[in-house]
Design a protein around this ligand. Structure first.
Ligand code: NAD
Length: 502
């Protein structure tokens, strides 16, 4: 069946990331020091960082303590008055400068991302540009965070609504986009006038700490952006408990999101959550098959499948089902598995071994329940974090892969007959992040875009996110929005003022 691999002489994967990191011009990017109150903290204890492709240790970082986090909260609270008093234009200039520094250091940042996250270098380079884009966007958006004047319902009075920064913000970020998930949150918070404490995923701390180095160079004042690495449960506890932390933004699993929402309830924080997805990708029989297959490839295999927007259930109308499978299987067979730092690689390792295990469990479950498994063979031996791109056809609703997010390079294709049927099946999920529809019918596209219960919908495209548009999900995929003019609101409070007796 699956995972056949033959030994042959390929360049060794072990040592590759280490060599790249040793050659980085910016040695401070690999120092692994946390940033608290403008000081770089080495820490009494250190945690190792590994290359997910090989399991090899490639660096280490400070393990911050609860006391460090308490200090960071106090410092952030103190820095709030100074930062909010900066004119939006001045805050914007600093954010733009950080974006420029990121772009100038694209190669070094991309090497860090690939070394600790595993994604192909080209995708890591793309992430740096994507991440910088949020800073540029929010730099301008901070200047446009208008209030309003409301026509008065009271004689002789003027009614104003003002937008004001909420206070100290905390950002807990995942490992799949170790740079962009930070800038999407911190860019909005900083533009709004809020100091931010970032707690990155333990798998990808180096990227976050490098970003903090550049933020310091860009002129973000002391204590306004702090980055603390360490145990997620220990470090999130003070953030949740402390009433001075007024906003919490999290990207990660729905399971952890629920815990954080519960924890934040005690001090009634503003909470924004970007959680799991389980995207339906619906292909009707009136489409250009090549375009639909290209879309499915992009929507499924970007970030080696470790993307919350990843197509998890690919529904294909019965008339074109066999033809779709044939072309899709051929495209998947062309994907090259390898180390992210090798130029030809399309699919890198899973960042976490638990993701690889989940993929394999879903494949085995589907096979046991009658799905056809078409797996790519690769002419090399890989470690346990690798999952070969796999196509599962004739998937049914009782299989695990139809019911839970995969987060890896396994594509489930499911036949359907009618629009009504596929809409019901697409909406039969607790998740509601993204949906894709491929059809040549404008009426059908309008109907489906209206009726799918998802926060983001791509019609005949697999590429639709970016700084100007709202990112976020319905149902248990999250709360609030990032990017767009809405993203900054997560870090602002409305204040209504009534001037009476004029
Ligand atoms: P995760 O929930 O395990 O981890 C995310 C972050 O939470 C990390 O910083 C981690 O250290 C921290 N964390 C883990 N357990 C914690 C706890 N008990 N208390 C406090 N913090 C804790 O998620 P993940 O596996 O890193 O990311 C994958 C998930 O994230 C997928 O479900 C994916 O769909 C989702 N995701 C969503 C979006 C989105 O924008 N909606 C984007 C990327 C990923």
């Amino acid at each position: 069946m699956v995972f056949q691999a033959a030994r042959h002489k390929s360049p060794p994967l072990v040592g590759l990331a280490k060599r790249h990191l040793e050659n980085l011009r910016r040695r401070d990017f690999v120092a692994g020091a946390a940033l608290i109150d403008g000081r770089w903290i080495e820490g009494d204890q250190r945690d190792v960082v590994v290359d997910p492709a090989t399991g090899e240790e490639i660096g280490d970082v400070a393990r911050c303590s609860v006391a460090d986090m308490n200090l960071a909260i106090a410092v952030a609270e103190r820095s709030f008055a100074e930062w909010r008093a900066f004119l939006p234009e001045r805050r914007g200039a600093i954010l733009r400068s950080l974006a420029s520094l990121m772009l100038a250091h694209t190669e070094e940042l991309a090497i860090l991302v690939t070394s600790e996250q595993g994604k192909p270098l080209a995708e890591a380079r793309y992430e740096i540009g994507y991440g910088a884009g949020f800073l540029q966007w929010f730099a301008a958006e901070g200047e446009r965070a208008y209030g309003e004047t409301i026509p008065s319902h009271k004689p002789g009075s003027v009614l104003q609504v003002r937008m004001q920064p909420v206070g100290v913000a905390a950002a807990i970020t995942p490992w799949n986009f170790p740079i962009a998930m930070i800038t999407r949150k911190a860019g909005a918070a900083l533009a709004a006038g809020c100091p931010v404490i970032v707690k990155p995923a333990p798998e990808t701390p180096l990227s976050a700490l490098a970003l903090a180095r550049l933020a310091e160079e860009a002129g973000v004042p002391r204590g306004v952006l702090q980055v603390l690495v360490g145990n997620p449960i220990e470090l999130s506890a003070p953030l949740l408990r402390d009433a001075r932390v007024r906003a919490l933004s999290f990207t990660g699993s729905t399971e952890v999101g629920r815990l954080l929402l519960e924890g934040a309830a005690r001090t009634v924080k503003k909470v924004s959550l970007e959680l799991g997805g389980h995207a339906p990708f619906i292909v009707f029989d009136d489409v250009d098959l090549d375009k639909a297959v290209k879309g499915a490839m992009d929507a499924k295999f970007a970030t080696s499948g470790q993307d919350c927007l990843a197509a998890n259930r690919i529904y294909v109308q019965r008339g074109i089902y066999d033809a779709f499978i044939e072309k899709f299987a051929a495209a998947i067979a062309r994907l090259k598995v390898g180390h992210g730092l090798e130029a030809a690689t399309d699919i890198g390792p899973m960042t976490r071994s638990s993701v690889a295990e989940k993929c394999k469990a879903q494949i085995n479950d589907a096979a046991a329940k009658g799905a056809r498994v078409i797996s790519t063979k690769q002419d090399r031996v890989f470690g346990q974090n690798f999952v070969f791109p796999t196509l599962l056809s004739d998937v049914t609703d009782d299989m695990l892969i139809s019911r839970e997010e995969t987060f890896g390079p396994v594509a489930a294709v499911i036949p359907f007959d009618s629009e009504e049927e596929v809409l019901t099946r697409a909406n039969a999920s607790e998740m509601g992040l993204a949906a894709y529809v491929y059809t040549d019918s404008l009426r059908r596209a309008l109907r489906l875009s209206e009726n799918v219960e998802y926060g983001m919908v791509g019609i005949n495209t697999a590429s639709f996110t970016g700084p100007p548009v709202p990112f976020g999900g319905w149902k248990q995929s999250g709360l609030g929005r990032e990017g767009s003019r809405h993203g900054i609101q997560e870090y602002m409070e409305l204040k209504y003022v009534c001037f009476g007796d004029l």
